[in-house]
Design a protein around this ligand. Structure first.
Ligand SMILES: Cc1cc2nc3c(=O)[nH]c(=O)nc-3n(C[C@H](O)[C@H](O)[C@H](O)COP(=O)(O)OP(=O)(O)OC[C@H]3O[C@@H](n4cnc5c(N)ncnc54)[C@H](O)[C@@H]3O)c2cc1C
Length: 273
């Protein structure tokens, strides 16, 4: 098959053994302040290295306010080009884990995690020649970062176009890394920033990522044809709905559209006193 597809695959699905999922303690190598309200937590690979696919997530487990809290965080590291594991956590107002982590975790800390899992991934193949068109909002950039870094190295003939929406210039996670990647892989990575509140000298798009804005942006993205293009999205539900509606209006088949939702039901267990 010439093209890989983002789909459920036996290879990426972690089957829980009768004893339950596999838990590990990972040691924090470094905490990086990415923006005012987002940090990256870089973990050392455990002795038996985690094998994962670009786009998958780790589940972090901690006791917060007397409860055992488990939250998923997509790996932004690439299994191909990064030796460490890295996740990025953005504070959510009133959120348990997303505030506990930046307030408590530092280099040398140990965190309980579950092995990488998730289906928002693809089979990479040197022979692939495809265009990944990605839409990310805020912290939704994390799985895209992993997929972009992996694609640029693993698929020399594929290209990535990323539409990346943020509140303002200071809240853009990985801005410098994307600038560097665009220079290094000239012509193969195209990042289009969209800001809700842009500074006066801003050269990019500003305003909400609504239907009109998305249509305007899609006109500027190279057209590789439906067969060679895959659409990926991860971000606030409203943004993903707008993207989905636009792609459907453009008759993009649903099997070419892949979503990662960061919203999930959570039941936090009271820990025994
Ligand atoms: C597959 C997957 C991957 C994820 N990857 C990342 C990642 O890479 N980086 C990251 O920062 N987060 C990521 N998340 C979200 C993360 O798991 C947590 O949901 C988030 O950090 C909030 O947890 P909390 O304990 O702080 O908030 P909670 O205490 O669970 O919630 C507090 C309040 O915030 C609301 N809320 C919960 N999550 C969000 C959200 N994402 N945005 C806005 N409001 C929210 C809740 O509805 C609630 O009202 C991912 C989620 C999933 C399912």
């Amino acid at each position: 098959m010439a093209f890989g597809f983002f789909k459920k695959s036996d290879k990426t699905e972690k089957k829980e053994t009768p004893a339950g999922p596999h838990y590990h303690n990972l040691v924090v190598k470094q905490v990086v302040q990415e923006t005012k309200d987002a940090i990256s937590i870089v973990f050392e690979q455990p002795e038996k290295r985690f094998v994962y696919k670009a786009g998958q997530f780790l589940t972090l487990i901690a006791t917060v306010a007397g409860k055992e809290v488990r939250r998923a965080y997509s790996l932004n590291s690439s299994p191909i080009s990064d030796s460490d594991l890295s996740v990025t956590v953005k504070r959510v107002d009133g959120g348990l884990m997303s505030n506990w982590l930046p307030d408590n975790i530092k280099a040398g800390s140990s965190i309980k995690v579950m092995e990488p899992m998730g289906h928002f991934t693809t089979e990479f193949n040197k022979a692939n020649k495809r265009h990944l068109v990605m839409f990310a909002g805020g912290s939704g950039i994390t799985p895209m970062m992993s997929i972009i870094k992996t694609t640029l190295v693993e698929e020399p003939e594929s290209i990535c176009s990323l539409v990346y929406a943020n509140r303002d210039i200071d809240s853009i996670i990985f801005k410098n890394t994307f600038d560097q990647l665009q220079t290094k892989y000239e012509g193969r990575l195209h990042v289009i920033h969209v800001l809700d509140n842009a500074p006066v000298n801003w050269q990019g798009h500003s305003g909400l990522l609504n239907h009109d804005m998305l249509s305007k942006i899609l006109e500027r993205i190279p057209d590789w044809g439906i067969g060679n293009t895959t659409y990926l999205m991860c971000g606030p539900e409203g943004m993903m709905k707008n993207v989905q509606t636009l792609l459907e209006a453009r008759q993009i088949p649903t099997d070419k559209i892949f979503k990662e939702s960061f919203v999930q039901g959570t039941i936090d267990k009271e820990t025994k006193k």
